[in-house]
Design a protein around this ligand. Sequence first.
Ligand SMILES: Cc1ncc(COP(=O)(O)O)c(C=O)c1O
Ligand SMILES: N[C@@H](CCOP(=O)(O)O)C(=O)O
Length: 461
Amino acid sequence: MRYTSTRGGGAPLHFEDAMLAGLARDGGLFVPESWPRMNADEIAGLAGLAYEEIAFRVMRPFIGGAFADDAFRVLIERAYAGFDHRLRAPLLQVGEETWALELHHGPTLAFKDVAMQLIGQMFEAALTRRGARVTIVGATSGDTGSAAIEAFRGMEAADIFILYPHGRVSEVQRRQMTTPAEANVHAIAVEGDFDDCQAAVKAMFNDHAFRDKMRLAAVNSINWARVLAQSVYYFTAAVALGAPSRPISFAVPTGNFGDIYAGYVAKRMGLPIDRLIIATNRNDILHRTVQTGAHEKRGVAPTTSPSMDIQVSSNFERLLFDLHDREGEAVARLMRDLTGNQGGFTLSQGALDRLRAEFDSARFDEDEVAALIGRFAAETGHLFCPHSAIGLGAAIAHSGPTVGLATAHAAKFPDAVEAATGRRPALPEHMADLYEREERITVAPADTDFLKRLIVEKARA
Ligand SMILES: Cc1ncc(COP(=O)(O)O)c(C=O)c1O
Ligand SMILES: N[C@@H](CCOP(=O)(O)O)C(=O)O
């Protein structure tokens, strides 16, 4: 299996090179040259298997010769050994035909751990074998950063720099990033929003001299390995609910479009997913795109679901590639319109029809999110974080068996949950002293050159 850029440039790479490269050198994102398929018998054969075994079977066709089967199994086992639930990603019924897929059982309490714990293992194995080291640069609206730091803290072969929007992440998220004391960890509070952080990361990768000098690597979902690992839980959930004979829909709280794109990947592989529902907060560029075809940036408004306060949804580029018959030049043109003065583009009718053939969308204002958190607490007794409530709100409004992705633990966003329910969710025991741990906070302007200098100064490479 080889990976090609969504913008059509450069020679295709094998899995491990694509994983370590992160972003393609023409600024595009890596996608597989073709979709490996699982037939109905193979999907039915996943029923009852452990999460780790399903992960192996789903991901194996994508990784080619990067890891021998036995070695890959070991990495998967290690990745999920620290999860606090036997099923890793259990389902909880919240309505007659609605389930929450709980993705917060990893060490940092968000779905990011599912991929990041495995990526940490894969990076370490690949870098050790190559005798290489990397400088990881990532952007976060809160959860990717904490999960990445947890996965890479103390790793000899990697320095990790995480850019987060100053004052726009929850206190728990910030402390998860600023309290690890390991010398290879650097959390930087950028005076801007998430889109500024992500734009700075992409600019660093597109500065080839800097990229090569620092041996940059990415752990955002611009990295194909992230998306791949996230596609696994669509299989575990759908099979547990009767796939392949019963098609299941998924409603996904969406920001950078990585998680829902992972569902699209599962569908391309043959998993009978009925609808994929994009659920947004008031930062609703993707909802507007599905409804009107116009993909237009507006300012980012802070919300109680800060991890979704995003307008430039990186992975939408991967979908655009398929919507435009895998023509890199068409995607490159649209991305120029999005990042240039035009600030957006309008999909052709054909592309919009293809988008709507797979995706629905829903949008929730702040008062609706609070009402959903309160409603689910009253009806199920469970506290859901604002992001999860948005996914579940879209799921419960959809007819037919539908899974809403519960993407983070309520305790990561205690103020919003308490305001909506009167109940303050407690952090689990392993994080009980988070508020007492010492923080290291570096504040920096949203200036790529400044950030590059900071990284050069602090990196051990
Ligand atoms: C808790 C939570 N829910 C939902 C999302 C949105 O996911 P994605 O960016 O993959 O669309 C994020 C951020 O990624 C998140 O941290
Ligand atoms: N919500 C994310 C934003 C970055 O998403 P990623 O999946 O591309 O890493 C976050 O929590 O940082």
